[in-house]
Write a protein of this length. Structure first.
Length: 173
């Protein structure tokens, strides 16, 4: 796991890129407060609508990332593998790109293809509405829309222990 890239003031900016390996276990941190996930209505790189509300009723892995952030780039393939494992189980994976334009994100996706939603938070308004202190930061949202777990820094999202915590949030079959 790598530490998150830092955030300066109200805008998410890269101040340094410290990347190092560690032997810390893959964990999710329970949220200490009862927080409803702020809704968003954004567009993907091809202009397609991306709304959080469209995924209500299922667990959601909601990641905030940027192409300039090495740990963000490094965890994207594991997010794709996680998506491939849980999509048929009714669990959504969404990765909100923070502050970059469609062309920049599309270039990255040409090198690292994913087939889960990538909303573009062009003005960083959405990331500022979440308790994000650095990138990457990921939240797990329960089916009722509450933030239940967070993860600051890079994770291997296809790790069975992480996915089992998300699966435990499912309602019904």
């Amino acid at each position: 796991m790598r530490p998150p890239c830092t955030v300066l003031g109200a805008l998410v900016l890269l101040s340094s890129s410290v990347a190092f390996a560690t032997d810390e276990p893959q964990t999710l941190t329970p949220m200490s407060e009862d927080i409803q996930a702020p809704e968003f209505d954004l567009q993907g790189p091809a202009g397609e609508p991306q709304r959080l509300l469209d995924h209500r009723g299922k667990p959601i892995i909601l990641n905030f990332w940027a192409t300039w952030c090495p740990p963000c780039r490094a965890e994207m393939p594991s997010m794709q593998r996680a998506h491939e494992q849980v999509a048929d189980e009714g669990i959504a994976v969404i990765a909100v790109n923070v502050g970059e334009d469609a062309e920049t994100v599309s270039r990255f996706l040409a090198e690292t293809p994913v087939d889960f939603p990538i909303p573009l938070d062009l003005d960083s308004a959405v990331v500022q509405s979440y308790p994000v202190k650095g990138l990457p930061t990921t939240f797990v949202i329960d089916p009722s829309g509450r933030l239940v777990y967070s993860a600051a820094g890079e994770r291997e999202w296809d790790d069975p222990a992480l996915l089992d915590q998300v699966r435990a949030l499912k309602v019904g079959p």
